[in-house]
Design a binder for this molecule. Structure first.
Ligand code: FES
Length: 319
């Protein structure tokens, strides 16, 4: 896919450790369209590629606006974004969306934890413009660490609910009550830290919400007990050529595919973005990602080679 060379037209400090960037075409060309919840891959120094959600509603063709939290445990991506200055040029992939609004929903319940506000902000702008029924619940540790608070309050009024941990335990998101007030046509969309997402999904499941009504986007991979502590060797076979590649315990499938000259797109390399998803024709994957849903895991016909492994001695991949 062709990359867009975009210029940083504006850089703003949105909150402590959160900056936003407005990326535009240097020749003022209109940018490819996107849908609410979409993200772009930003190609950074040192060959890093990171996915960031677009914050504006679809219909914004002159800029892509992203916001990035500087992670203390950054593997380089967030620090590289924070180092960008107005006038710098970065390569950006065309928008993609793994976090779509459901066309079947009668009401949309948007739940944001911290920097997880970014795709939900785009959704809320879009739903507001469409006069669709929605509510946005935005939780953060403190107001000075929460990006876009002013924009959220001004744009969405009583449909926005903000919760700051610093205000005390009785001011936190009353999730069970919020879920109980929703009818069966409501779809839930959650984005934020892994523990926040797991809490929201577990609470909704316990309250009887069907999996098809739950939508999530991760920013960081949740820690899974199986992560690489029990890794063993297995083989992958490339269906188109018959090539068999051994995957040792300390290497990922993606590593070994690349080492064998097979071009596989990668972005997060943590099982959260879905860039690397490959169809599995034979064998059973050991899913270790946070991208596929439980139903997709159970189907076992796709997996994420950046982090997932195999339960059977060999996987045949549709490559
Ligand atoms: Fe992001 Fe594999 S590269 S899920």
């Amino acid at each position: 896919m062709d990359l867009l060379e975009l210029r940083v037209a504006r850089r703003r400090q949105e909150a402590a450790d959160v900056c936003s960037l407005e990326l535009v075409a240097p020749d003022k060309r209109l940018l490819p369209a996107f849908t609410p919840g979409a993200h772009v891959d930003v190609h950074l120094r040192g060959g890093l590629v990171r996915s960031y959600s677009l914050c504006d509603a679809p219909g914004e063709h002159r800029r892509y606006r992203i916001a990035v939290l500087r992670e203390t445990a950054s593997r380089g991506g967030s620090a590289a974004v924070h180092a960008l200055r107005e006038g710098d040029v970065v390569a950006v992939g065309a928008p993609r969306n793994h976090f779509e609004l459901s066309p079947d929903a009668g009401h949309h319940l948007l739940l944001a934890g911290g920097i997880g506000i970014t795709p939900l902000l785009a959704m809320a702008h879009w739903l507001s413009r469409q006069r669709a029924s929605f509510a946005l619940h935005y939780s953060a540790r403190s107001q000075d660490r929460a990006a876009f608070v002013g924009e959220v309050r001004e744009s969405f009024g009583t449909r926005a609910h903000l919760y700051f941990d610093e205000d005390g335990p009785d001011r936190r998101l009353p999730l069970s009550d919020v879920l109980a007030r929703c009818d069966a046509t409501t779809h839930l969309y959650v984005c934020g830290p892994g523990a926040y997402i797991e809490w929201v999904l577990a609470t909704a499941r316990a309250a009887g919400w069907a999996e098809a009504r739950l939508h999530r986007e991760h920013f960081a991979a949740p820690v899974r007990p199986s992560d690489n502590t029990d890794a063993s060797a297995f083989e992958v076979q490339i269906a188109s050529s018959g090539l068999v590649i051994r995957v040792p315990p300390d290497r990922s499938v993606a590593d070994m595919l690349h080492a064998s000259g097979i071009d596989l797109p990668l972005s997060c390399e943590q099982g959260i973005c879905g860039t690397c998803v490959v169809r599995v024709l034979e064998g059973t994957p050991d899913h270790r990602d946070a991208f596929l849903t439980p139903a997709e895991w159970a189907a076992n016909d796709r997996f994420t080679p950046c982090c997932s492994r195999a339960r059977t001695p060999r996987l045949v991949l549709d490559l």
